[in-house]
Design a protein around this ligand. Structure first.
Ligand code: SAM
Length: 290
């Protein structure tokens, strides 16, 4: 929605709030088979991608989200080699995953090829690693792919999806997490973008419950700032089959052989800290029914 021609405004109905960015012009708009994609040039945040009225990313602050969707999970698994990204069509998460020299193959299963084609054009910096020989792109439904994938065939599943509406709804269910659990090896880790703790505990708590019911021994939400998302405060939730998220490879994270702009071992440790209301809600979730 536009307040006037100089602003893009995202309304957040569930929070009774809105976030606006000053725009210079609309660069592109199209209705694909799955969703409506808009691209804007903003005054201060670089290019902006919007899907179905919701901000996906800006050139200025996407590094926060993409680094936190990838590096904490990669530095928690003892030896991640085989990665699948579900969604992630803008390729920002993919670029971060490929920074890890130990990763041998990355499959990205994105339902809407247009998201990737438009990212190549309007966010070329996020797509700079797309030609890496370790990458394979599949344009199709990630839910279906997971249901049919071979058991134990991946070390890491990264669900970099839109909000739980439209084609992404099924990515937030116990049935999907069961498939992820089966597809992951013994040390396997699932990570999913999990919205804001300020507005979306109704999504976060069922996610923890569903991941645990699906067989993940540990679940943990990591916190980070994300200015262009509602409340500016976002989470990535890990489901781990064996390794406790607190036991991440901190020394390897500190000695990582690639540059980051937000992530480091201290940020990783800090992101694991639980606010009191979140800790209490999770404790209630874990308590046996009276
Ligand atoms: N960072 C973003 C956020 O949290 O708003 C998400 C970015 S990424 C563009 C999300 C992608 O998930 C979209 O490109 C969308 O097409 C894709 N997606 C949604 N449902 C999907 C599904 N069932 N299978 C594969 N990809 C899906």
């Amino acid at each position: 929605m536009s307040l006037d021609s100089h602003w893009f405004t995202e309304l957040c109905e569930e929070g009774g709030s809105a976030f606006s960015l000053k725009i210079l012009r609309k660069l592109h708009e199209e209705q694909t088979d799955y969703q409506r994609i808009e691209i804007y040039e903003t005054e201060q945040f670089g290019n902006l991608m919007v899907i179905d009225g919701f901000i996906m990313l800006s050139a200025r602050d996407n590094f926060l989200y993409h680094e936190m969707m990838s590096h904490p999970a990669l530095f928690t698994h003892p030896d991640p080699r085989r990665v699948v990204i579900i969604g992630g069509g803008d390729c920002g998460t993919l670029r971060e995953v490929l920074r890890h020299p130990g990763v041998e193959q990355v499959l990205q299963v994105e339902i809407d090829e247009r998201v990737t084609r438009l990212s190549e054009r309007y966010f070329p910096e996020l797509c700079e690693a797309n030609g890496d020989p370790r990458v394979e792109f599949l344009f199709g439904d990630g839910i279906r792919w997971m249901a049919e994938a071979e058991a134990g065939s991946r070390d890491l599943v990264i669900v970099d999806s839109t909000d739980p509406i439209g084609p992404a709804r099924g990515l937030f269910t116990e049935a999907f997490y069961r498939d992820c659990h089966r597809v992951l090896g013994d040390d396997g880790i699932l990570v999913q973008q999990s919205e804001s703790p300020m507005y979306h505990m109704d999504i976060l708590l069922p996610m923890h419950r569903a991941m645990r019911a699906a067989g993940f021994a540990h679940t943990h939400s990591l916190h980070f700032p994300q200015p262009v998302y509602p409340t500016g405060w976002w989470t990535a939730t890990l489901g781990s089959k064996r390794v406790a998220p607190a036991d991440f490879r901190a020394a390897d994270a500190a000695a990582r052989p690639f540059p980051t702009r937000y992530y480091n071992a201290d940020i990783h440790r800090a992101a694991l800290a639980m606010p009191e209301f979140f800790r209490a809600a999770l404790a209630e979730l874990a308590a046996p029914a009276p």
